[in-house]
Write a protein that binds this ligand. Sequence first.
Ligand SMILES: [Zn+2]
Ligand SMILES: [Zn+2]
Length: 377
Amino acid sequence: MPEPAPGCLLIRMQVSGICGTDKHTYQGFTAQYGGDGVPRTVPFPIIQGHENVGTIEAIGGDGRFTDFDGAPLNVGDRVIVGPNVSCGTCYYCRHDFPYYCCENTVDYGNNISAKDPPHLFGGWSQYLYVVPGSFVFRVPDELPSEVAVLTEIMAVTVGLDRAKQISAFPNESFRFDDSVVVLGVGPLGMCFVMKARMLGAGTIIAIDLSDFRLEFARKLGADHVINASRVSERDRVDHVRELTHGRGADVVVECAGVPSAVREGLDLLRLGGLLLEAGNFSDMGEISISPHRHLCAKNVRILGIGGEEPAAYGPSMRQMARYMRHYPLGDFVTHRFSLPQVEEAMKKSMEADSMKVIIDPWFESSSGFTNANRDNT
Ligand SMILES: [Zn+2]
Ligand SMILES: [Zn+2]
């Protein structure tokens, strides 16, 4: 058990999510690019886990530590630890770019080696060591930890807030009542479905390979769903056109996390539409597009979103707490696994009948639980 140094915290973990990035890492897609354009690789061995909810076990130094908004934190407070620590001094930090542009970012569960003491730099662990400069957010009392664990991915939907700002210019998406297609409704895509509705989307269309996920997307606000395992890509484009006055979608959010979905996203857009690319968090390879047909002739906008913004955490937590009345957010976590079951958990998170899968280091069970309400879907 490490003693936290000044400016550091020790967190007793409650739950930690399996994120799309974790799945990519597990599959061997470990290259991620930062602001310097150089791919970073993962310094194995690591402890994975960056969607972290826990309580403060100890505060280093004089016992003072403030949350992201400057309020004092105490031992016992339930918190989320922001997964990324930006350096604050590189060109991109100094010019207010998001953390994933930082040239020296430290990422829990991803780029801090567990070889280096005090070793505990990921959330799939009983304790997490919080390094100086980390952003820590107090979880509202009314928000269960099993919902708070969604905060990071919910914060990534800040991409739609950015799209909304772009719509201040004439004819630009994402305006009130605009149609939104979400390609891939795993946990991240699901959060985009919710956020699109919260921000005033019109018709929302979810596309996925899993009927289970598409049914859940309906509960979170999707008006139409298309199962891509039964409908060809050509027919998907035609169907989206039919549902959008023959024009194509005003906004497409790509969360499938496979390169080919980017081309499909461009095909699904109307002229002058906006593609929000949030799915390919790791380098998954390349695709070919027609620069004429997909870009110029389509007068298209592409907004690359490589992660969340720290200021999006508080709003995301408060809005999820508010929307628990309208959305079955308690059903979002479908499986909970203990630490020795982490590989089983990883496999489950990639199966069609799972949504958010979490690691609970204090959980004692021989099999991952399935949320009771899930059988009603
Ligand atoms: Zn994540
Ligand atoms: Zn930086």
